[in-house]
Design a binder for this molecule. Structure first.
Ligand SMILES: [Zn+2]
Length: 163
């Protein structure tokens, strides 16, 4: 029988050895206080080798952190997709646009047609026209100029997806 080495008061990771617990099959067990408030029984050799560093809370927290990290990165990806405002490109014309063309509406106060285009929350087109067709043309031109490259890029990078 080897002599029991007193570990009382020693710190191993989050665990501080409080008192001797028992000796069984040649192994020494110690009662430990974890920084999280839990008490746990740990084997002396596991403490000394560093394989036990907490009551188990450390592993649980790490798992939780990993999961949160994963969830966060997934959320960011989704945000990125929404930010490109692609849903706007395939939307049906707004029912209140009067023109039947998305991005072209009639200002009753000014008696003018207004062509608008929003991209990623920015107003990149906002022009007034006396003639409805001019407004439609302006909107279409802007679509060609700003949306097409994005659509092409989107198509190319998402060609493997069904949506
Ligand atoms: Zn703990």
């Amino acid at each position: 029988m080897s002599r029991v080495i007193d570990l009382t008061g020693q710190r191993f990771g989050r665990l501080t050895v409080v008192q001797f617990y028992q000796r069984k099959n040649g192994r020494t067990f110690w009662k430990c206080q974890c920084t999280c408030g839990n008490q746990t029984i740990s084997r002396a050799d596991a403490l000394k080798s560093g394989s036990v560093k907490s009551c188990g809370c450390f592993a649980k927290e790490k798992h939780k952190l990993d999961f949160e990290k994963f969830a966060r990165s997934k959320r960011q990806k989704n945000d990125l997709k929404e930010n490109t405002d692609l849903t706007n490109l395939v939307d049906k014309p707004q029912s209140n646009s009067l023109s039947g063309i998305r991005g072209v509406c009639f200002s009753k106060g000014e008696q003018l047609w207004i062509a608008t285009l929003n991209l990623k929350g920015k107003n990149i087109l906002h022009k007034r026209f006396k003639n409805k067709q001019d407004a439609i043309n302006a909107r279409k031109e802007a679509e060609e100029k700003y949306f097409k490259p994005i659509l092409e890029k989107y198509k190319n990078s998402h060609s493997c997806q069904s949506d």
